[in-house]
Design a binder for this molecule. Structure first.
Ligand code: HEC
Ligand code: HEC
Length: 302
């Protein structure tokens, strides 16, 4: 055989081998991250079952986005179905057939919500506990009461399952948070949540989830890790390119409630205003106060 071809064959073979070994290593790393167990003790919170607390619990469940991911009847939904990643399915939280409601203690639920950790100590996929870690005991107590009050729904959902490539992708795509539990300081007590009120502090507490899309500085831009066809997240500070100062508090509340203001329409499949519309006036005012108190940034200065 021609010497050149022989060497080319050895080099290509070597490279393919190297690639396979790297993929195997990445796959193994993904498995290890998913099977790691966390030992996190949790403190119980007071659960009030009075009518007012249940109604508040429902509203928090809605405006914090739980309902959008877990379903109106808490029956569980397919959250993500992408062959490159796998199937991520939210569990049925009720006590019906296929539900986890009667198998989990209140502590298990708190560990899942605040720490992103399953009852068996392994990390939950895509459950955004990096935000819920900061939930006040009062809010958490109401959410738990609401979950426990829901009637049973029979819905046998599959468990979440990453595909073979999913275990690899989770080690490469650094901008996608597969396992929020990895980012949470489990052994530290979160700072006390601010008192409810029309204050920038309370607005900041209500605006934690906005950062996923509008960026750490709330100045918007293309959303990392999201499909390219998504529109950029607009600037929510008072800096250049922001519509918010012009709209004022009233316009802001209107678009958060209805998805529309002065001819500008925002798409609920990108901007989850159908969850946020459940905030009351004071809460939306607090959010606006917070956003306007932030250092003004130019658009896209995430
Ligand atoms: C972005 C979507 C999303 C949001 C928002 C969300 N969840 Fe989840 N949640 C998930 C997914 C996905 C899982 C399952 C992960 C898995 O299978 O590894 C999950 C799991 C859970 C579990 C664990 C159940 C078990 O197996 O023990 C509980 C409890 C839970 N969520 C409650 C909540 C509550 C309460 C909120 C709001 C405060 C909330 N979730 C908001 C996606 C979400
Ligand atoms: C899942 C991503 C996502 C989250 C979370 C999110 N947004 Fe958005 N938001 C967007 C996108 C994308 C747009 C642009 C939508 C469009 O053009 O249809 C948008 C638009 C807006 C607008 C309209 C602004 C303008 O200039 O048109 C406001 C106001 C807004 N978001 C506020 C918020 C607030 C406040 C939060 C948190 C409480 C939040 N968003 C959370 C993605 C998000």
């Amino acid at each position: 055989m021609n010497k050149f071809l022989k060497w080319a064959g050895i080099i290509v073979g070597g490279l393919v081998g190297l690639l396979l070994v790297s993929l195997l290593i990445l796959y193994g790393m993904g498995q290890a991250r998913l099977n790691k167990t966390y030992d996190v003790p949790v403190t119980m919170v007071e659960i009030s079952n009075d009518e007012e607390s249940l109604a508040e619990g429902k509203r928090i469940f809605q405006y914090r986005g739980c309902e959008a991911c877990h379903g109106e009847d808490l029956q569980g939904l397919v959250y993500l179905d992408n062959p490159a990643i796998g199937q991520v399915i939210t569990p049925n939280l009720t006590t019906g057939k296929g539900g986890i409601g009667s198998q989990r203690t209140d502590e298990d639920l708190i560990r899942a919500i605040k720490h992103g950790i399953r009852y068996d100590g392994t990390p939950l996929l895509f459950m955004p506990s990096t935000e819920f870690y900061y939930l006040s005991d009062a809010d958490l107590g109401k959410v738990l009461a609401y979950i426990r009050s829901k009637p049973p729904v029979d819905n046998e959902v599959q468990s979440s399952k990453l595909s073979t490539t999913g275990f690899i992708v989770m080690n490469i795509a650094k901008t996608i948070t597969f396992l929020p539990a990895e980012l949470i300081p489990h052994d530290q007590t979160p700072p006390p949540a601010p008192e409810p009120g029309v204050t920038a502090e309370y607005g900041g507490y209500l605006s934690l989830s906005c950062r996923v899309c509008h960026g750490q500085t709330y100045s918007g831009g293309a959303i990392p890790g999201f499909p390219a066809e998504w529109p950029a997240a607009p600037n929510l500070t008072s800096g250049a390119g922001s519509r918010l100062p012009g709209w004022g508090e009233g316009g802001f509340i209107e678009i958060m409630r209805t998805g529309e203001h002065h001819g500008r329409k925002i798409n609920p499949s990108y901007m989850p205003w159908k969850s946020y519309r459940h905030m009351n006036d004071d809460e939306l005012k607090a959010v606006y106060t917070y956003l306007m108190s932030l250092p003004p940034k130019d658009f896209g200065n995430r």
